[in-house]
Structures are given as C-alpha cells and as structure tokens.
Design a protein around this ligand. Structure first.
Ligand code: GLN
Length: 284
C-alpha cells in the first residue's frame, strides 16, 4: 500500500524544501496546497489531520517544483490578495504588493467626500483603482495601462469584484486621456527601479515584466513624465500621489516642486520605508 500523508505532514515537508529559496516557505506551501484543494487557508488548519489523495499530492509536488524554480506563488496560483480582495494576476503585470496598500489608505484618509474623480496611471491588475472603488462606490474612477494584457486583466478583476463602475482602458500614461478631463486625484505606482539595481536579479521580480519595474534616469523618468503632464489633467487643488523606491522620496519631492506642485509630503510603508509621496497643484 502507498504511504499516506496528512495536510500537516505535507506542509511541513514542502516548507523545508521551499525554505532554500523563499523567506515565506510555510505560507508559500499553504497557498499552493489550498489552491490544489480549492479551499482557503483556514481549511488547512481546521483539517490538518486529513489525508491527501495521491493525485492531490502529485499535483501539489508539481506546484512546489515550479516554486523551487523561482516562479512567484502568485503567478503559479493566478491570484494575489490585495486590500483583502482577490486579484487575478498574470506575468503581463506586476504582482500587487502590501506596500501599495499604504497609498490606498492615504487616499481614503485624505479624500472623504462622496464625489471624487480619480485616475490611476499604470494600473496593472487594477489593484489601486479597484481597492479604492471597493471603499468609495460613488467615486468616478478611471484606470489606464499601456499594456493591453494588463487592461484586459484589470477589466476581468473589475468584473470579478463587481466594481465595473471603474472605467479601464488602454493609454500610454496620458496619451489616450481626453484633454477636457479634470481629476481631483491622480495616483500611480509607476516603474521606478534603476536598470542596474541588483534587486532585479533576485526573487519574484525576475519573473515580472521589466516595463512595470524599470525606468530610466535612476528610476525617476516615468515619475517626472507624469509630474509634467498631470498638471493639465488635475483640477485646482488636485493631488498627485506616487509610490516610489525607498531611497527616492527626496528626489520625488524635488521633481514635484520643480514642476510647480506644493505641500509635498512622504509617508512610510508598513516596513518603515519611505514609499508614498504626494503633492497638490494650485492653479492660477
Ligand atoms: N515595489 C516593487 C519592488 O521593489 C517595484 C514596483 C514598481 O517598480 N512599481 O519590487
């Protein structure tokens, strides 16, 4: 007779293997197993003594092997949680990060009225725009990405989360945005990593699209581009928010000031790193 393994035993042995590669080995193993079983993570705890079938074990082993080759868990299972919402992910877009939830929090804290028009530039999976829409159903939110696969994915996420009031379309930054539009808030998590950054050859980012990660001019080129053009699309007293690298806060505030924005401020992410900078535009 074939030996049998419980959920608990399977997780322990897989997390030992995964520990060579991942800082979150046990969680990785749990997410992969829950995906195979079609259950959530609490099921694994509640049913830790349940034996797995040979078929489940071999499917699980093949996912563990993929993970051992470096592939991010989110791409293997096709889903990543952001703002407690499930987002479909694909290699055409960045995997949503907890750091970006700080941007969502700040926007919700600063803008509490029911009538806000907001633009999310480079939306990827739609994470920022859809998280905001989930909290403020009456806001008028538009989300754009230059990558058509990202646009399709963000639309799929909007549909799945029943947040189809968010208008998702293809635009290379402001390229396809109606010139008459005026937004109270513009947000972006643009590419901001310098191409020589050795962080790019480590971990999950190796599998993510370079176009979503890397920008010229020490990672600041897209931020500067957005600052320059956002002025025409922001309302009087409108606010522009960026996620940026942990060492870029000063540079981002300087770029904002250079382009005529006022009251630039920076907030830290949950890990204590400078991550989000925003400023206001006062028009004549
Ligand atoms: N925060 C991501 C990372 O450092 C990068 C995201 C981005 O470039 N927008 O892995």
């Amino acid at each position: 007779m074939e030996p049998t393994y419980t959920i608990q035993q399977t997780l322990v042995s897989a997390s030992k293997k995964l520990a060579e590669l991942s800082d979150s080995a046990l969680l990785d193993a749990k997410v992969l197993l829950a995906h195979i079983l079609g259950k959530d993570l609490t099921y694994l705890v509640t049913w830790s003594d349940k034996e797995l079938s040979n078929e489940q074990l071999s499917e699980f082993d093949s996912l563990v092997d993929k993970r051992l080759s470096g592939e991010p868990v989110a791409y293997i299972v096709g889903v990543k949680e952001f703002w407690s919402l499930p987002f479909f992910v694909a290699p055409s877009t960045l995997i949503p990060r907890p750091d970006t939830e700080t941007l969502v929090e700040l926007v919700l804290e600063h803008h509490q009225n029911a009538n806000v028009s907001l633009l999310d530039l480079g939306t990827g999976t739609g994470a920022i725009a859809l998280a905001l829409a989930s909290e403020q159903s009456s806001w008028q939110i538009e989300a754009v990405d230059f990558n058509l696969d990202a646009v399709k994915l963000a639309k799929r996420n909007a549909l799945n989360l029943e947040l189809t009031q968010v208008k998702v379309y293809q635009s290379d930054w402001f390229g396809a945005i109606d010139e008459d539009k005026s937004f109270d808030v513009i947000v972006s998590n643009p590419p901001y990593i310098d191409e020589t950054d050795n962080h790019l050859s480590q971990g999950d980012v190796r599998f993510e699209p370079k176009t979503a990660l890397v920008a010229e001019n020490e990672g600041l080129a897209d931020i500067e581009h957005i600052c320059r053009y956002a002025k025409s699309y922001l309302a009087h007293k409108g606010t522009l928010y960026f996620e940026h690298g942990f060492e870029q806060a000063h540079a981002v505030r300087s770029i904002l000031q250079k382009h005529g924005y006022s009251e630039a401020k920076t907030a830290k992410d949950l890990a204590g790193n400078d991550r989000i900078t925003w400023a206001k535009l006062f028009k004549q």
